[in-house]
Design a protein around this ligand. Sequence first.
Ligand code: CUA
Length: 184
Amino acid sequence: MTQVNPQLSERRVLMTELLWSFGVGVLVVAIIGMVLVTALTMGVNPPSNVERIDPKTLHLSGEFAEQNLGTTVTSDGIIARVIATQFMFVPRCIQVPEGRQVTLRMTTPDVIHGILVTGTNVNTMVVPGYVAQVHTVFTRTGDLLMPCHEYCGLGHSEMYAVVQVVSQNKFRPDSNGRAVCAQR
Ligand code: CUA
């Protein structure tokens, strides 16, 4: 039977602990360094595009004033503008045509929201201070649910809109290029 030297075994325990502390220390420094380097060199961006807007005044004038919200057909294509706010989307329904490129542009005056349109590739965050932009083509007609998918407060679960996809011959914008949802 071999006699264990208590002095030696305590020394070994200490060395093992120091070795692991050193290893963990190196990893922590490496991870913090990686976070700092990527943040400083690659930029810290919201999803989609980097386009700033003042959340305090966006409703007063400019692109996201009330009269500009909803779907508009312009020379740049079909653009649907929506404001996400606690706890609703304005407007609550947007009409878009099937089979044509649509640009969704969204922003928020309050907190971070998120949107997705069920059954499509539309999925983005809506971050205060930025305009979120998504391009898509809706491939079938019908009413698609667009819920908020980022917890934004007590009314989060009640926050949704509807995307009304209509066939191209039913998509009839008015003389100003504006299209609104048909009564459902
Ligand atoms: Cu807006 Cu959740």
